[in-house]
Design a protein around this ligand. Sequence first.
Ligand code: TXA
Ligand code: MG
Length: 346
Amino acid sequence: MTAYQTRLLSASPPGIAAAAEYLRRGELVGIPTETVYGLAADATNEQAVARIFAAKGRPQDNPLIVHVAQLCDVEPLVTAFPPEAQKLAQAFWPGPLTIILPRSPRIPASVSAGLDTVAVRMPSHPVAQAIIRAAGLPLAAPSANLSGSPSPTTAAHVMADMAGRIPAVVDGGPCGVGVESTVVSVSPGCARVLRPGGVTPAMLQKVLPHVEVDPAVTHPLADGQRAASPGMKYKHYSPRARVILVKASPQGFAQFVNRQAAAKPEGLMALCFDGEETSLTVPFLTYGRRDDANEQAQQLFNALRQLDERGAALVYAACPSDQGVGLAVYNRILRAAGFEVITLDR
Ligand code: TXA
Ligand code: MG
């Protein structure tokens, strides 16, 4: 892999023009979106796509999302755009929704890890929009983290993982949503959530009456079971620390964690909700208020990264609600915990 002096570009017209130039040359650029930062490349250029997998250390069987700026850009990427998908696009694009569609030959098989479908998303972030338009290309972009580590929600996070591996990162400030897009597949009359995100099942249900949530969103796959969304089969979003999710009231959580601390285990930390740290006797970080899933989504990945920076070895994390955007927060933290959950007093 080439060693780069990674440039931090501003989200100004010259920064966007420079990013577009790298992309047209088949290079990778870290770009802001409303969900998380993406590691973008020309989705029609097989070599550029191969660079994504190399820079991230991503397994070849985990497919990428292709990003477009406008509806008419979708047509060349797919062989069909079913009415259910069109309704969802109408309602939620631009925004944090990815739709699985039948892949056209214009998109190399490597983008989709050999699947005959392609994941398509139209981001709403003005800088992402500007970069796609300036490049004049559909952009394949996974989250811009090293494979397995928490997704980046600031340009500094991208730099921490990608410096030396890519030529440039565009700094668009912190991401608004903070967790990756909702991924859905469609069938006649029906949408199926393969990965929860900022567009919730209830929001989808207002557009398509029948919405299913794939069991892999909240449960580990059984041995040999095939993931509808291959990304769901990997241990993901993980800090280096061991994370254990604790389902408990605020009081129950604090009592439990303080009891664990009595044995003075090395590197014990708590991850709890804002305002609930007062009775803790161990080092802690917070990730938003208990009743605000949007705040939790915005702050979770940064908190997971900070746990590593603080040298945490064992983290007890207060369990979020799985309602609304909370389902996305719960899904991510459950994976960070490798499905290790302790249920106390509820
Ligand atoms: O918000 C997002 O979606 C961000 C930003 C950068 O747009 N991107 C992102 O990409 O999260 P990534 O690669 O980290 O996650 C893509 C997810 C994976 O779980 C993958 O398995 C799934 O989408 N996916 C991609 N193509 C698919 C396909 N053809 N069928 C099923 N799942 C697919
Ligand atoms: Mg990712």
